[in-house]
Design a protein around this ligand. Structure first.
Ligand code: C5P
Length: 418
């Protein structure tokens, strides 16, 4: 069956690259229907797009003829994937806030299909807090966002914000079209629960418990011990589990991430708090421990800020080991039927993960190589160690790792007979 893209072109100088994108998609046998915003028409013409797509080009919300022949709701749902390329700071802001004031944004609000945004803008606009806030919101809502390229900009400045090359966008589109799970945000806005439009979702009726982020172990009121962790991978897994219909409890260490739709979040600070929150959230059908728990805490956190005493010698720090949350749960009688740990390794990844299976009493260890740029980044290369052996996944964006992992969890739970 021919796959179909709804391509929304917003008004940036990079819009000219969208013509090449259409050509590449068509060459791959993908049908493209184009929508132009008012300002995009300053950069590309409906005529050139119409020729390349061999289809009608849509450019106005109240195009009565089009509304009679094809309503905007229908238009938003006939594609397999909605792509916004280039996505200007303005359209990203409108998408993040659910504003529907033209045809493009109305389609984006009405669609039930996955959405890929390909930002392109000046480096300062890209780095602006407002844009980054909007992007974080869009990601939390399940929108796929491609990272822009860095380089010289049309405006003469240098930095991140250039639209990726059409070949890279076409490759990303092809990849998203092959994804097995629903990747769109299907949360019912009234209940906050995922809405599978009549389909209950592969994890319906299941409780999935997830830990994410670091823990902070206070040294004194202003200092703490922690592992590096952005929480992004754990939050993406929580979002994917909710989209698959599970009831999700997310026990989160201190991170600055929005709560994914349909997820019950419990914020904690220390490892001991995290263990208590995890125990309180049991029973669960599956627990996925993604948190980077600090291995040690100070034997005694000081009540007042520790002052330098002028001797040049650092204050002595007595450390004690924190409880291992995964191992505690793994060896308890309230162990969930499926228990998954994560392992951040910099060398001998599979070997260390294998050893951890038994030590922690886990069913799977998801090992990731953190020798590169994984921490805080948006991509992850993981290997999954189970009793059955080792599975290696390619480098994937963290939300795709999450979707694949949740699919594997759903299959494993469905295969259980007890
Ligand atoms: O032993 P290591 O820290 O490499 O193990 C990582 C796995 O164990 C992760 O799943 C992590 O969430 C979990 N863990 C834990 N409590 C600790 C340390 C790690 O739950 N104190």
């Amino acid at each position: 069956m021919t796959q179909r893209i709804l391509l929304i072109i917003s008004g940036g100088i990079a819009a000219y690259k969208s013509l090449e994108l259409v050509r590449l998609l068509r060459k791959r046998g993908i049908a493209v229907r184009a929508v132009l915003t008012e300002s995009a028409k300053q950069f590309v013409t409906p005529l050139s797009l119409g020729v390349l797509t061999e289809d009608q080009v849509f450019d106005a919300l109240f195009d009565l003829k089009a509304e009679r022949e094809i309503g905007h709701i229908q238009l938003s749902r006939q594609a397999d994937l909605v792509v916004v390329a280039p996505a200007t700071a303005n359209i990203l802001a409108r998408m993040a806030n659910g504003i529907a004031d033209d045809l493009a944004t109305t389609l984006l609000l009405a669609t039930d299909k996955p959405v890929l945004a390909v930002p392109a803008m000046n480096v300062r606009m890209w780095r602006h807090r407002a844009t980054q806030r909007n992007l974080a919101q869009l990601r939390a809502d399940g929108v796929h966002v491609m990272e822009p390229d860095a380089g010289e900009m049309a405006c003469g400045e240098y930095g991140k914000g250039r639209m990726p090359e059409p070949a890279a966008i076409a490759a990303e589109i092809e990849r998203l079209l092959t994804l097995p799970l629903p990747v769109a945000p299907l949360a019912d806005p009234l209940t906050g629960q995922p809405d599978f439009a009549g389909d209950a979702g592969p994890l319906a009726g299941r409780h999935v418990l997830i830990t994410a982020g670091p823990t902070h172990e206070p040294i004194d009121p202003v200092r703490y011990i922690a592992n590096r962790s952005s929480g992004k991978q754990g939050f993406a897994i929580a979002a994917a589990a909710a989209r698959a219909g599970a009831r999700v409890t997310l026990v989160a260490g201190p991170v600055h991430l929005p709560t994914p739709a349909g997820v019950d979040r419990v914020d904690v600070e220390t490892a001991r708090d995290m263990l208590a929150a995890v125990e309180a959230a049991l029973p669960a059908d599956a627990a996925i421990m993604v948190a980077a728990v600090a291995d040690w805490r100070t034997a005694d956190a000081a009540g007042q800020k520790i002052k330098k005493d002028g001797s040049g010698q650092p204050a002595p720090l007595a450390l004690v080991e924190n409880p291992d949350i995964l191992a505690t749960i793994g060896h308890s009688d309230r162990r969930p039927p499926l228990l998954i740990g994560f392992a951040a390794e910099t060398q001998k990844i599979a070997e260390h993960a294998q050893a951890k299976l038994a030590k922690k009493g886990a069913d799977w260890i998801v090992a990731n190589d953190v020798s590169g740029d994984v921490m805080g980044g948006d991509a992850n290369a993981v290997q999954i160690v189970t009793a059955a052996g080792l599975e290696s996944w390619p480098v994937l964006p963290k939300d795709q790792v999450a979707a694949k992992l949740i699919e594997k969890v759903a299959n494993a739970l469905a295969a259980r007979t007890d």
